[in-house]
Design a binder for this molecule. Structure first.
Ligand SMILES: Cc1cc2nc3c(=O)[nH]c(=O)nc-3n(C[C@H](O)[C@H](O)[C@H](O)COP(=O)(O)O)c2cc1C
Length: 484
């Protein structure tokens, strides 16, 4: 089932007991963070703060803060079920590429038609995000959080930033936090590698002002899609439609030709001046550390449009687990079918939450030839935002990656430092504080697979311990007799 908008999703969460309303007045300065942090660490529900000091609008946080709620956001039973659906589509596409036959392609394509059609966003003439054109309202009308004590100020933490490539017209929705400087200006924290920053660079080269529209609060598939590592040129609105099984609804902004989620709670329209930058941060970040302040472009707010009774969406990030871990989990599961298709030796891949998205990737492979673990590391470092992976651990296919203790046991015991460690210089996430230079440094690959003579290991590789199956069965049968 697809949701009409954020409020429809919240109603569904409430009906399942997955949302709690807080009626006590709370402060957006730090207090909400402390409450939400405790709830997130306990695996708790979405929180709807009905009275936030200094603003008319209620604030929702942690709406996607569990694997179950993340799956619900796509109307799916589980993330694995959604991933299986994607795997089915990809496998079918590959089958057509291998040997196209009109006779089988047409009947097999028919059941896939709704999924294909859901990729096409639906244009809406009178969107609810424009029920009110609030010329006199600015950032100060919003319940913007100050998340952590050392933060440089207040930040929009869940904005869907909509932009357009001035050369190709391609559209993009990316989630980049925004630091509020005053009622009409905010920092635009798109990292150098991201699509918004690339488009901005193009506007700068043209010497033109860049129109930007920021959607706050939309159908959760759109919000998630804006965080997903899609290749540049693919529009997140199309991907969101595919994820929810129904076209995403978009509408033209009022001051530019950018298309925004039609059902957004708020749309902030404005422009970014390519000639201007300002210090942004520090900000208590995904890594659990404050990311360092740096120069970023500035967004000038020109107009807010909104629903009559909007809900303001927010999140906090910090030392895991936080809500963002579940968005990362969705990315891990939903993008795995594609990775497997392009690199078929991959059996499974996991990003432990402590690695905060991509800082640690463990991958299991069906190894057939020498050096294959290194080949897989290089494949991953070459795949979009996987370039940020600071640590990739490769193990054999039989290792259960859901069991981190098993992964650690294999990695701690199977590695010869000179032979099995790969240090690769390359791009790093702008949030990384450990490399000497920003955005560039060393990534580590650990080959913890079994080695044979073809990799110079001449003295045999031992089997891992396992009890004889007959003895296991015998002991199970007699267990009660032992009185244990
Ligand atoms: C809660 C949250 C906040 C984020 N904040 C930022 C940010 O401030 N800057 C940034 O470049 N990426 C940020 N990201 C990551 C991007 O959303 C992600 O890399 C996305 O794929 C970027 O989209 P793009 O490739 O279309 O630019 C954030 C992700 C989440 C889940």
């Amino acid at each position: 089932m697809a949701y009409d908008d954020l409020q429809d999703f919240l109603a569904a969460l409430e009906a399942r007991g997955e949302l709690r309303r807080i009626k006590a007045e709370v402060d957006p300065e730090l207090e909400i963070t402390e409450i939400a942090d405790r709830v997130m660490r306990a695996g708790g529900p979405a929180l709807l703060f009905e009275r936030v000091r200094g603003s008319r609008w209620p604030l929702v946080i942690n709406a996607m803060g569990s694997e179950a709620r993340m799956a619900l956001a796509f109307g799916a039973e589980s993330l694995d079920a959604k991933a299986a659906e994607i795997e089915g589509h990809i496998a079918w596409l590959w089958k057509q590429l291998r040997g196209f036959s009109l006779l089988s392609a047409v009947p097999e394509a028919l059941p896939r038609l709704p999924a294909a059609l859901s990729l096409l966003p639906k244009r809406v003439a009178r969107p609810i995000c424009r029920e009110v054109i609030a010329e006199d309202e600015g950032f100060d009308s919003l319940p913007v959080l100050r998340c952590w004590p050392g933060d440089g100020g207040r930040f929009l933490t869940l904005p869907v930033v909509c932009t357009r490539d001035p050369d190709t017209g391609a559209q993009n929705m990316g989630m980049y936090r925004m630091q509020v400087y005053d009622d009409r200006t905010a920092g635009m924290h798109w990292h150098l590698h991201k699509d918004g920053a690339h488009f901005f660079q193009k506007y700068r080269e043209r010497g033109e002002m860049m129109p930007v529209a920021v959607a706050l609060g939309s159908d959760p598939a759109v919000t998630y899609a804006s965080t997903a590592p899609l290749p540049e040129g693919l529009w997140e609105a199309a991907f969101a439609g595919f994820l929810r099984g129904k076209p995403a609804r978009v509408a033209k902004a009022t001051l530019s030709d950018i298309e925004v989620p039609a059902d957004a709670e708020f749309v902030l329209e404005g422009r970014v001046d390519p000639a201007e930058s300002r210090l942004e941060g520090p900000f208590g970040d995904h890594t659990g550390y404050y990311s360092l302040p740096d120069q970023y472009p500035v967004f000038h707010l020109e107009r807010i449009t909104r629903r009559k009774s909007p809900v303001y969406p927010a999140t906090i990030v910090g030392r895991p687990p936080k809500e963002d871990c579940w968005m990362a989990k969705a990315t891990e599961r939903l993008f795995l079918p594609l990775l497997k298709q392009l690199c078929p030796e991959i059996a499974d891949l996991r990003m432990p939450i402590e690695g905060v998205f991509h800082n640690c990737v463990v991958v299991s492979i069906r190894k057939r030839y020498p050096g294959q673990a290194r080949k897989v590391m290089n494949f991953l470092w070459g795949m979009g935002q996987m370039m940020y992976a600071k640590l990739i651990v490769v193990v054999d296919a039989e290792v259960d990656l859901r069991d981190l203790s098993e992964v650690a046991w294999r990695a701690f015991n199977n590695v010869d430092a000179r032979r099995d460690l790969v240090v690769s210089d390359g791009p790093l996430d702008a949030l990384d504080h450990s490399s000497p230079l920003p955005r560039y440094g060393a990534r580590l690959g650990v080959d913890a697979t079994r080695k044979g003579p073809d990799e110079g290991h001449l003295r045999g590789w031992p089997e891992a311990l396992a009890m004889d199956g007959r003895i296991v069965e015998l002991v199970s049968r007699r267990w009660a007799e032992y009185g244990l």
